[in-house]
Write a protein that binds this ligand. Structure first.
Ligand SMILES: C[S@@+](CC[C@H](N)C(=O)[O-])C[C@H]1O[C@@H](n2cnc3c(N)ncnc32)[C@H](O)[C@@H]1O
Length: 274
């Protein structure tokens, strides 16, 4: 089932370029920029820190982090995909405080306690053993430092459509076939606790779109394609479903809201219990 998740094996996908373009389109969408900024303030990431991002993709978050930590700070991105890292290198080259490494989040090539903060943004959803990744993130974080996770929760996605049953059938049907844990967002706090982090806090946030922006449109088209591929609907029904959104946009009543959960924990200082 989960081998259907293309984010687990990016380099083996036939459409890596489209995946890269999708990450950049999402990253540049204004509501997503604000969502990431709220989370980085919540962690918080501060000037002078040494920050790791696991599953950095094309470097959308790295480019947010670079000015935030400043010249005295450092940002390190790791990703399991060599192809995506090539793009990240190109897009991050104007940020001298960013470095990139090829690595699996479950086996990080860093010594214990190297970072002030370790982050994973829309990554835990895709990894086969989330706790192993979060434990590794905790290992490389210094005592008193923070581990922060952010993920969508596909059980909490709301979108207007004239055919609500068909919408539920397609959206729920696809995510349960595509992802091992489509409701990843709500599990992040538990993962942090399971990895031994203390003072865990949760920030629930939303990406909302009322105009069917390009990234949302592509997102819904992908869901429709997957629904056909998984045999949930035929091509004509998938197209009719997509057309339903277009009509709502034309009359100004389109609403799309996707829930993101952020969770942050503190690595206990051995001297005092968390
Ligand atoms: C949806 S993208 C998110 C990229 C970036 N964090 C962002 O928010 O734009 C997920 C990324 O995680 C990477 N990834 C998936 N499994 C991984 C693993 N086990 N270790 C490291 N990276 C992984 C993928 O290659 C992909 O670049």
């Amino acid at each position: 089932m989960a081998e259907r998740d293309p984010w687990r094996t990016v380099d083996a996908q036939p459409d890596v370029r489209a995946m890269i373009a999708g990450l950049e389109a999402r990253g540049g969408t204004r509501a997503q920029v604000r969502l990431r900024a709220r989370f980085l303030r919540f962690v918080p990431v501060r000037r002078g820190q040494r920050v790791l991002e696991v599953g950095c993709g094309t470097g959308v978050v790295l480019r947010d982090l670079a000015p935030r930590v400043g010249r005295r700070g450092a940002v390190v991105g790791v990703d399991a995909s060599r192809t995506i890292l090539q793009t990240a290198r190109r897009l991050c080259r104007t940020h001298p405080n960013v470095t990139l490494r090829h690595a699996n989040g479950a086996r990080l090539p860093f010594a214990d306690e190297e970072f002030d903060t370790a982050l994973a943004m829309t990554v835990i959803l895709h990894v086969p053993d989330p706790l192993a990744v979060v434990r590794e993130m905790a290992r490389v974080t210094r005592p008193g430092g923070r581990v922060g996770l952010q993920d969508q929760d596909f059980g909490m996605l709301g979108v207007t459509h004239p055919d609500r049953d068909q919408t539920d059938h397609i959206l729920r049907g696809v995510v349960h076939r595509l992802y091992e844990e489509p409701y990843s967002g709500r599990r992040l706090a538990g993962l942090l606790r399971g990895a031994g982090l203390a003072h865990v806090r949760v920030l629930m946030d939303f990406f909302q779109d009322t105009t069917l922006e390009p990234w949302t449109k592509t997102f819904l088209e992908r869901r429709a394609e997957s629904a056909v591929r998984f045999g949930l609907v035929d091509a004509a029904a998938a197209q009719k479903w997509l057309d339903g959104f277009t009509a709502l946009v034309a009359e100004g009543s389109f609403v799309f809201a996707m829930t993101y959960f952020g969770a942050v924990g503190v690595k206990p200082d051995g001297r005092q219990p968390g």
